[in-house]
Ligand binder design. Structure first.
Ligand code: FAD
Length: 456
């Protein structure tokens, strides 16, 4: 009887424990991907998912096999495939979001009740969320303490090259009938096609992830701590979406980085990713609830015009606008600029962080349900590990400090490209025609935010 390997967000053949263990059973394989509407993915991430499916299908074809793409609630689909094919075992790698965990538990019980072997493995994080705990067994709320503890534990390093040979089950009519043909995936935009920038910027896939990691560790990691905050330099790894879709495992990133110069700062950033997932594991409503309940009383402004200006990159603050336009075109934004635009929305415009979280969720290719809300709550000061409320990022000073020559700004905001390195951060001071006036005055916005935070 065949073994089902259910690919979820682990689109890779190497370092994939579920796939590896499945091959050890010596039975022919049936490889599945399920388009589950409950997965609740934004438009840009869906675009990536489409590419991820095609890339994995091509890698499996090169080994003589096939990837079956099915649609429906994951649990029901896996159960019906197991039944239709007479599979003896189903293997997959775990996810840690509320929907993924619920599915895992219910599916395991249902399969086991029918005598089908059901096993899940780790592979999305450096550590299982329940293993990094305080001495009393509680989850950590502060990153530095979390990371100190995590670093004393061995990384779950499942490292194996892609299997040389895979044996696949012959076509099974009952399974063929369940397949979704590529033109019905419904993951890509129809009209208007807004994905041109994504196509130009990215090629999802395992080989691309490996190449990026090698290039980063060889050329940029040594200087990462000094260069990572400068958006014009493009010296960060660019691995976030590849990690999010599991084209590469964090364990592989860990191993490769460790073997290259100055890994600590980079690995700490990878630690933030684990921290975010451990928070989501404990707090399933991380994207909707203020982790600090006193913020429930915050009087956020309703400002559709301000929100639209922010979303479209028309706030009149060049660094903010550059970031929001980069996001719209490429599906990512440099981390320093993400912090600046998030602070701007929440503190300068006094708009609820959840609006920003939703916009990022729809437009980021690396959007994940842990990192995005955690970082938004961190930026808004509503989360754990928050910066003091009076720390309001000044978009002008941030611009001068982290894009001193306006190279990044010129890339995305052509309206101000002709200004000098000095004036480009404050175009309103030189009456720059053709560019929007600031939606708020910095000093007034700062005073308003301080008053609102103090009132809490
Ligand atoms: P590198 O600097 O090369 O870092 C290596 C890896 O570490 C990243 O690929 C990522 O997996 C992880 N990482 C780095 N910083 C963080 C962080 N602050 N939190 C969690 N993981 C981190 N990252 C996402 O992956 N998905 C999101 O949805 C997301 N939303 C964000 C929202 C806001 C408001 C902010 C301020 C940050 C957000 N980040 C998110 C974190 C960070 O901006 C991106 O991970 C990073 O910019 C990706 O670029 P890189 O791969 O070149 O990162």
């Amino acid at each position: 009887s065949p073994t089902i390997v259910w690919f979820r967000e682990d689109f890779r053949l190497a370092d994939n424990q579920a796939l590896h263990e499945a091959t050890l059973l010596g039975q022919p394989l049936i490889c599945l991907v399920i388009l589950d509407d409950a997965a609740n993915m934004g438009a840009a991430a869906q675009w990536w998912l489409d590419g991820a499916i095609h890339a994995l299908a091509a890698d499996l074809r090169a080994k003589g096999g096939d990837l079956h793409v099915l649609r429906g609630p994951a649990r029901r689909v896996v159960e019906s495939v197991a039944q239709a094919t007479g599979a003896g075992a189903v293997f997959w790698n775990r996810r840690y979001d509320p929907n993924g965990r619920e599915t895992d538990t219910a599916l395991k019980a249902a399969l086991q009740a029918r005598g089908v072997v059901a096993r899940s493995f780790s592979g999305a994080l450096l550590h299982e969320p329940w293993t990094v705990r305080t001495q009393s067994g509680a989850p950590y709320k502060i990153f530095t303490a979390f990371w100190r503890a995590a670093c004393t534990l061995p990384v779950q390093a499942f490292l194996r090259p892609a299997p040389d040979r895979l044996v696949f089950a012959p076509p099974i009519p009952a399974l063929e009938a369940l397949r979704v043909p590529p033109e019905q995936y419904r993951l890509l935009p129809t009209a208007p096609d807004w994905a041109g920038g994504l196509r130009a910027a990215w090629k999802p896939g395992e080989a691309q992830a490996r190449a990026r990691l090698t290039d980063f560790c060889r050329h940029h990691q040594a200087e990462y701590a000094q260069t990572r905050d400068f958006p014009a330099m493009e010296t960060t790894s660019g691995l976030s979406a590849f990690l999010r879709f599991g084209h590469i495992s964090p364990a592989r990133v860990w191993e490769t980085a460790q073997a290259s110069p100055n890994p600590d700062k980079f690995l700490t950033e990878l630690g933030w990713r684990d921290f975010a997932w451990s928070l989501l594991f404990e707090t399933p409503d991380l994207a909707s609830r203020n982790l600090r309940p006193e913020f429930d009383a915050m009087k956020w402004r309703t400002d559709p015009k301000g929100l639209a200006a922010w979303q479209r990159g028309r706030t009149g603050y060049p660094l903010v606008d550059a970031g929001m336009r980069e996001l719209w075109h490429t599906g990512v934004m440099h981390n320093r600029v993400r912090m600046v635009v998030a602070s701007f929305l929440v503190k300068h415009l006094l708009i609820d962080w959840r609006e920003g979280e939703r916009w990022f969720a729809d437009t980021l290719v690396d959007y994940d349900p842990a990192s995005n809300p955690m970082n938004w709550q961190w930026s808004a000061g509503t989360g754990v590990d928050a910066a003091p409320y009076f720390r309001i990022m000044n978009p002008i000073l941030q611009s001068r400090k982290f894009d001193p020559h306006g190279i990044y700004i010129r890339r995305w905001v052509p309206e101000v490209a002709h200004l000098s390195d000095k004036d480009i951060h404050t175009p309103w001071e030189v009456g720059c025609r053709g560019y929007v006036a600031p939606v708020v005055d910095h000093a007034e916005a700062r005073a308003r935010a301080l008053a609102a935070w103090k009132a809490l």
